[in-house]
Design a protein around this ligand. Structure first.
Ligand SMILES: CC(=O)SCCNC(=O)CCNC(=O)[C@H](O)C(C)(C)COP(=O)(O)OP(=O)(O)OC[C@H]1O[C@@H](n2cnc3c(N)ncnc32)[C@H](O)[C@@H]1OP(=O)(O)O
Length: 136
């Protein structure tokens, strides 16, 4: 980990259920990516204090270990870069009980949109810690 990078914060947990499985009886990768995209955009929305944020890019995804039914997994995110209109996150997913790594994504880029739907400067330069802006 880069020494200037904040540690990943593991908040969201999921319980792997029968409807989440692929025909091999392990977690369907598409379900996991959907959960990650939603959690990541919520992280970006909170950090940028704007509900109009879209996913621009998801970098290489490495599926390391496959969860099975009944596993509890947790998703961790941290912001690694604040651009002018974008924010870049890193993601790791691990098994809540064994801590085994499940997946890593080095870069998820989200873009802050203005009222006109075009990229707009967000003015943020660093991570907002604690319960964030939406708790005010
Ligand atoms: C949560 C969801 O499910 S959203 C649904 C899925 N996402 C979408 O449908 C988004 C579709 N894409 C779009 O609407 C457009 O591409 C937009 C509005 C996001 C961006 O439009 P662009 O013309 O690329 O905008 P622009 O060139 O101004 O770049 C905006 C930011 O994205 C960054 N960016 C653009 N392309 C890339 C790329 N390929 N990789 C990484 N960052 C990029 C730019 O560096 C810029 O960031 P910065 O201002 O911090 O330097």
């Amino acid at each position: 980990m880069n020494k200037d990078q904040a540690p990943l914060r593991f908040h969201t947990r999921k319980w792997v259920k029968p409807e989440d499985l692929n025909p091999n009886n392990t977690l369907f990768g598409g379900s996991l990516l959907k959960w990650i995209d939603e959690e990541a955009v919520i992280y970006a929305i909170v950090q940028l204090d704007n509900p109009h944020v879209v996913t621009k890019l998801i970098s290489e995804v490495e599926f390391i270990n496959a969860p099975v039914q009944g596993d509890i997994i947790e998703m961790g995110f941290t912001a690694t870069h604040f651009g002018k209109t974008s924010i870049t996150l890193k993601c790791e997913v691990r098994n809540k009980l064994t801590r085994a790594q499940i997946l890593t994504i080095e870069r998820l880029v989200f873009v802050n949109l203005g009222k006109d739907g075009n990229p707009a400067p967000h003015g943020k330069t660093g991570i907002t810690l604690g319960s964030e802006k939406f708790d005010r």
